[in-house]
Write a protein that binds this ligand. Sequence first.
Ligand SMILES: [Fe+2]
Ligand SMILES: [Fe+2]
Length: 394
Amino acid sequence: MASRIAFKPLGSLCFAPPRTNRSAAAAAATFGSPRASMASTKLETAKNPFSPREVHVQVTHSMPPQKIEIFKSLDDWAENNILVHLKPVEKCWQPQDFLPDPSSDGFHEEVKELRERAKEIPDDYFVCLVGDMVTEEALPTYQTMLNTLDGVRDETGASLTSWAIWTRAWTAEENRHGDLLNKYLYLTGRVDMRQIEKTIQYLIGSGMDPRTENSPYLGFIYTSFQERATFISHGNTARLAKEHGDLKLAQICGIIASDEKRHETAYTKIVEKLFEIDPDGTVLALADMMKKKISMPAHLMYDGHDDNLFEHFSTVAQRLGVYTAKDYADILEFLVVRWKVADLTGLSGEGKRAQDYVCTLAPRIRRLEERAQGRAKQKGTIPFSWIYGREVQL
Ligand SMILES: [Fe+2]
Ligand SMILES: [Fe+2]
């Protein structure tokens, strides 16, 4: 049964990250039109060393316990249908394949060339790439999140269930993403690694509650959404790197995007199976997740300086087209079509209402976003610690 720790506020139709202990105004900003405050207040880190933190109501174990059996009975199915989307380690790319080889005589020359190419890339692009890298580097948080899910968690740390094997191997594949971007960014000499490393430490310390309530229904809907979001975002940084003439960086972002696509395929297949077994429960979970809004995994990011760092990073990413409010609506629409939600039949009254809600949500989000864009004012510039305090247009 759900153990509700406190009153749960009703969500409104917007797609802001959940409220944190940062300013209420910042928390109320939508993802598509983040508040562009020039003020950056320093948090009281001495009293609150791991801030910012989630401040929304945290709900646990909302899935009826009998449904755990569904996931136990799907173990063989997962072995035959999900584990096949993993790549054997020997066939996987590794970060070193895309980086200068430190044992080669040409190492210094290769680094010099990498730095020459990086000189042509503007600061706002680096802000996006650093934000993406920081997001990837908080991987311990995402593995933890998967291991909160009832019926699929890795009970021992080396469990032999298909679900646990997937989670560990998925984590191992994902670990290459932050590693590659981190080493690349270090070699460019364009970014303040110490500030970035602090951001990563703060972010992992903050953790995150994506409001999946220990339910694999909610959890796998969340990961389906997020894998597609990262596929889009890394795909866009690849495209922009190419436009800036850095084909090697384009290749780096592109190869990461291709992993994300493979992971998206696996997670969306799990949810497809849940729609087949339990259409009512799954459509209710999808509507629930969308009402709560899909929070971005790094929404609690903080560098010790900027109280609204995530909003500022998101605004730059939106302006450059790396990840936008339109992408959010597009992902939702893609998933609704992928899972054939409109075609579901035999639903309960509540299920039908959830079906209507999710099937009409994407156009409503787009309309709200267009209106917000129309009202958007000139946003000014903001300094980012990640690039030595240089100012970037929001
Ligand atoms: Fe990733
Ligand atoms: Fe991913």
